[in-house]
Write a protein that binds this ligand. Structure first.
Ligand code: SF4
Ligand code: SF4
Length: 395
């Protein structure tokens, strides 16, 4: 199972490594050790399943925010005993981990924040909530309505109160400001790493860049490793500045590629392309904006940043098209690939707009890939990617 740690000695896992890229390669092991030690020290573990949940509020409560989204096909058969088969694999995998007990982070969770995003997740949360402590964070879906932002700000305030009540503490403005600074620093470092992919050739593959995404946010030791990685990779771009790269540059958009579900990204890059920008929730989307550190009301500032995440569950979701335009200008892709998990209706319907944007406005070849976590269609997907790349080779 993907969330189980490798059988290495803890001392080996905990020792600092001089190679920051290798450091992030052992992400699950490090998160396991970090969460286990935090739990032993009395820090609560709070599970989240969406980028709308403000991690700052959880960190301000001295809790550890862990993303519990499942990326393993192995837990899906267990989930399908309860959930319909024609449901998004991310939802089924997450719930399958719950039924099989194979996700230690989920087992440790003192509270789960259930974000009301898509219908499948909402209804799965009802089942999960039968045996796990849960707080429902209601996301209003009208992207541009001021009253929706006011409602959301109130929901974020209720999350703060729920944490205070459950864990018997008070979250002060000073706690919130500290957490804002920490998360802004983390987002800023990850953003700068992602921006290195603007170089031609980029110093990493998209798959390597994805390794920098951790399931736990706000881990201080990671931030120093991000700094080291930035120094190392910036130097690498200077050395390769004159190298000719004949790989097609890909802008990847659509659903998140959670830990264990990176197959399509690997198929794209194994076909001779490089994914230079990922617009999705495991890529750039959640780290493009920071929380305003100078706002006199830190909680309102947090709510504002998170509400403007351009997810397909919002309507209208024109912010996503603006983001794609900006990413296309900055990262200079030769084509756009959109990944949709099977039965993800919101991203599937929205792909109509994304295709139009790519083909008619950006004049870039576009490919939509709809799949799940099973590798059974890998050969077919590779053939479609190769056909796309024939039309998208660099000049
Ligand atoms: S794609 Fe939407 S629902 Fe999924 S994690 Fe991102 S914000 Fe949440
Ligand atoms: S990928 Fe789509 S269906 Fe699956 S959890 Fe995210 S929004 Fe829901």
């Amino acid at each position: 199972m993907l969330f189980e740690c490798a059988h290495r000695e803890r001392s080996e896992r905990m020792s600092p490594t001089a190679d920051p890229i290798a450091h992030f390669g052992a992400m699950i092991d490090r998160c396991y050790d970090y969460a286990e030690a935090a739990k032993a020290a009395g820090r609560p573990i709070v599970g989240i399943m969406c980028e709308f949940t403000p991690r700052e509020i959880i960190l301000a409560a001295n809790a550890v925010p862990v993303c519990l989204c499942g990326g393993s096909a192995a837990t899906i058969p267990a989930a399908e005993q309860v959930l319909p088969t024609n449901l998004c694999p991310l939802i089924k995998s997450t719930f399958g981990y719950h039924l099989t007990g194979n996700n230690p982070f989920l087992n440790w969770a003192d509270l789960i924040v259930a974000e009301t995003t898509c219908d499948g997740k909402k209804k799965m949360f009802e089942l999960l909530g039968e045996s796990k402590p849960m707080h429902v964070l209601e996301l209003p879906h009208k992207a541009n309505a001021p009253e929706a932002l006011a409602y959301w700000t109130d929901e974020v305030r209720k999350l703060k109160t729920a944490l205070e009540t459950r864990f018997g503490l008070q979250i002060t403005d000073a706690d919130l400001r500290r957490a804002i600074r920490l998360m802004n620093r983390e987002r800023g470092l990850r953003r700068r790493l992602a921006q290195l992919m603007r170089h031609d050739p980029p110093p990493l593959t998209g798959r390597q860049l994805l390794e920098f995404k951790s399931i736990i946010s706000g881990m201080e030791p990671d931030l120093d490793q991000y700094e080291s990685a930035l120094r190392l990779l910036t130097a690498r771009t200077a050395h390769t500045a004159t190298t000719v790269d004949n790989r097609a540059r890909v802008l990847l958009t659509g659903v998140p590629l959670v830990h264990g579900a990176e197959r399509v990204l690997e198929l794209i890059e194994n076909s001779g392309a490089v994914v230079v920008a990922m617009e999705n929730c495991t890529g750039l989307k959640p780290i493009l904006d920071d929380v305003d550190e100078l706002d006199p009301d830190p909680l309102a500032a947090i709510a504002r940043k998170y509400y403007h995440l351009p997810c397909s569950v919002l309507t209208p979701n024109s912010g996503r098209l603006c983001t794609l335009r900006e990413l296309a200008a900055a990262y200079r892709p030769h084509c756009v690939i959109e990944l949709i998990w099977q039965a993800c209706l919101t991203y599937d319907v929205e792909s109509h707009h994304v295709r139009k944007l790519a083909e008619e406005e950006l004049h870039l070849p576009y490919l939509k890939i709809t799949t799940d976590y099973s590798p059974s269609d890998s050969a077919r997907i590779t053939a479609r990617i190769e056909a796309l790349l024939e039309t998208a080779r660099p000049d």
